[in-house]
Design a protein around this ligand. Structure first.
Ligand code: GCU
Length: 612
């Protein structure tokens, strides 16, 4: 009898954990700015907690939710004899959104836990409405509490997430919101321990309260069907008690209104459009698309286009597309900080447009949603990537699930962005059977979730060289749509002269794309072109690379050199020429263009003419 009872108890416990986990990971709400939104951006108070005292007791046991010494519970003494050993005060505040590293010298190298606290008042418009707490991104892991109750936890530094706020937890006045953020690196996370970018910790993107009707539209796709120039296909997913019967899709500029039945909180979308202007990099036409149910109306600007490959050709709306790209980190060089604002997005993509780009590679992780929305408007196609970077633990099912979760959230957030044409499942992962299987399953996962876009990964140059013919034959090339590879001929190995005898090919009959190439230069350091770290050396490097590109094979479809702007990296420790920065930027720490910027710009002007 005892054993039966014990088994029953364990089964019930397991179900509760699954349910709690399910509650914690409420499905992502998309197009949040079209909803009833209240921003919680601004100054948040903080406690630095390197020993996680607020989370574990002195025996290193996780504190119970009601534990008065937990940092998610009030820091106000109940009376003058009530001992409190934590506190949130005005003197200790951080700006949200924003990484902590760049806000105070004491945080620059900090890796650990910081507790953030924000107070807010809130009364819902309708008691029947639901209230959610939404984070644009928090790096890396977070536990979220409101008025001493846990709302949920999340891992992943570059994708949005949201938790429902139960009526039983919300107060009209003075809600006590606390977020534990921990940016420590671990071998079994995504990314893993080793990256060539700064581990900016914090609530790095917007925080919002979202009020929704009880049965609300959570996410949807309204996009052209793959390989069709006229059929729009998609879906609308709703959440909450299923009361809605229909959803209408309206495009006023095309005098189009279609209504679709909802069954089981989902509507399949399918209709034909004939007289419309397709989105392209030359003419980034966007339409206002409005979704309406009985209780909700939401709109957003959407472009309609096709992207596909045909053998070695990359086609946008059936026309060959050559990618005049640049790789970009989500970082503002003048302040050495994570990018998070409209102004930041305008600066980074404005520089790309000045360079003559029609493409940006948002490396090595999903950037702020503003970047893909602005790319829609500017006519820049986007390569969007999850941080499966270098030496991930490819043998772990748990790590694969983490990568899939980040991939799913990246796709769900941006699958209505015409600019996004490639989902990339990683960068420079070392070739092995277990790695190729891991990456192949991510490619299949992305294709299944979004069959309308291309999938790829930035491969390492894994070639055999015969008479200077370097063939990209990474086994993963069999499973991608675009064979993309990073090469640094003349910086990591050889000299820029080496480019004069180098040729590239691939055994795969697919578009060939150089996802990285580059060399460092200290902005403002001038010398002869055989002096490493000078702007003249970097300029020479680009000249030799550009000459080499003129010999690329017919399936050469573009390049996104590394990188638009200098960025912080803890791996770059030459005290004179790096000092904690990777200076491969074409733009320096002060936002000034280096000489190499103009070599690439000139090349792109030539290529724009060639592919007119
Ligand atoms: C690699 C990697 C980048 C890195 C760059 C470099 O290709 O993809 O993340 O910053 O090379 O070495 O500068």
């Amino acid at each position: 009898m005892y054993y039966l009872f014990r088994k029953l108890f364990i089964a019930v416990l397991w179900c509760c954990c699954i349910l709690q986990q399910a509650q914690a990971q409420t499905d992502l709400i998309t197009n949040v700015d079209a909803r009833k939104v209240t921003s919680l951006n601004g100054k948040w108070q903080y406690i630095i907690d390197a020993y996680e005292t607020g989370f574990y007791d002195y025996r290193y046991k996780e504190r119970a939710e009601t534990d008065k010494e937990a940092y998610w519970n009030t820091d106000k003494p109940a009376n003058k004899m009530d001992r409190k050993e934590h506190g949130y005060i005005e003197r200790n505040t951080l700006n949200v959104p924003g990484d902590w590293n760049s806000q105070d010298p004491k945080f620059l190298y900090y890796e650990g836990t910081v507790w953030y606290k924000k107070s807010f008042d809130y009364v819902k418009d309708q008691t029947s409405n639901k209230l959610y707490l939404y984070f644009g991104a928090v790096n890396y892991s977070s536990h979220v509490y409101l008025n001493g109750k846990k709302l949920g936890s999340h891992k992943g530094g570059f994708t949005p997430f949201n938790f429902e706020i139960p009526d039983s937890v919300l107060k009209a006045k003075d809600n006590f919101l606390v977020v534990k953020v921990d940016n420590k690196r671990y071998a079994n996370e995504v990314p893993t321990l080793n990256t060539d970018w700064w581990n900016y910790g914090g609530i790095n993107r917007d925080v919002k309260l979202i009020e929704l009707t009880a049965n609300y539209i959570s996410d949807y796709v309204v996009q052209l069907q793959p390989k069709s120039a006229t059929v729009v296909q998609g879906f609308v997913n709703l959440k909450g008690p299923s009361i809605q019967k229909t959803v209408s899709v309206e495009i006023p500029e095309l005098k189009l209104k279609k209504t679709f039945p909802i069954s089981g909180n989902r509507a399949e979308i399918n209709f034909t459009m004939t007289k419309f202007t397709p989105w392209s990099t030359e003419n980034p036409k966007l339409y206002t698309v409005t979704l309406k149910t009985a209780t909700e109306t939401i709109s957003e600007r959407i472009g309609f286009r096709n992207i596909e490959t045909q053998g070695p050709k990359l086609l946008l709306n059936g026309k060959q597309l050559f990618l005049r790209g640049i790789s970009i980190h989500a970082e503002i060089p003048q302040e050495g900080r994570r990018a998070y604002s409209d102004e930041d997005a305008r600066q980074l993509l404005g520089w790309a447009k000045e360079l003559g780009c029609n493409m940006v590679r948002l490396a090595h992780y999903p950037h702020d949603e503003r970047m893909t929305r602005l790319a829609d408007s500017l006519g820049l196609v986007v390569w969007s990537e999850i941080p499966v970077y270098w030496t991930i633990d490819f043998s772990s099912k748990e790590v694969l699930q983490k990568a899939e979760q980040q991939l799913a959230d990246m796709i769900t957030r941006d699958h209505n962005r015409a600019s996004v044409i490639v989902w990339s499942v990683g960068n420079e992962t070392p070739v092995s059977t277990v790695r190729t299987n891991f990456m192949h399953s991510l490619l299949n996962y992305a294709r299944k979730k979004d069959p309308s876009r291309l999938v790829s990964a930035a491969l390492e140059v894994n070639y055999h060289s015969k008479e200077n013919m370097r063939s990209i034959d990474d086994p993963l090339g069999e499973f991608v749509d675009i064979v993309a590879f990073n090469q640094y001929l003349g910086w990591y190995g050889g000299t820029p002269e080496s480019c004069r005898t180098a040729n590239w090919t691939t055994k795969y009959n697919k578009p060939l794309f150089i996802s990285e190439t580059g060399a460092e230069a200290v902005g403002g350091f001038h010398a002869d072109d055989h002096t490493l770290w000078s702007e003249e050396f970097q300029e020479w490097y680009y000249k030799e690379q550009v000459d080499m590109l003129k010999r690329m094979p017919a399936n050469y479809s573009g390049i996104s050199p590394w990188i638009l702007a200098d960025f912080r990296s803890p791996r770059r420790n030459n005290p004179t020429y790096q000092d904690g920065w990777n200076n491969k930027g074409l733009i320096d720490h002060n936002g000034n263009k280096k000489k190499a910027f103009f070599i690439l710009k000139d090349y792109y002007q030539q290529m724009q003419q060639k592919f007119k």
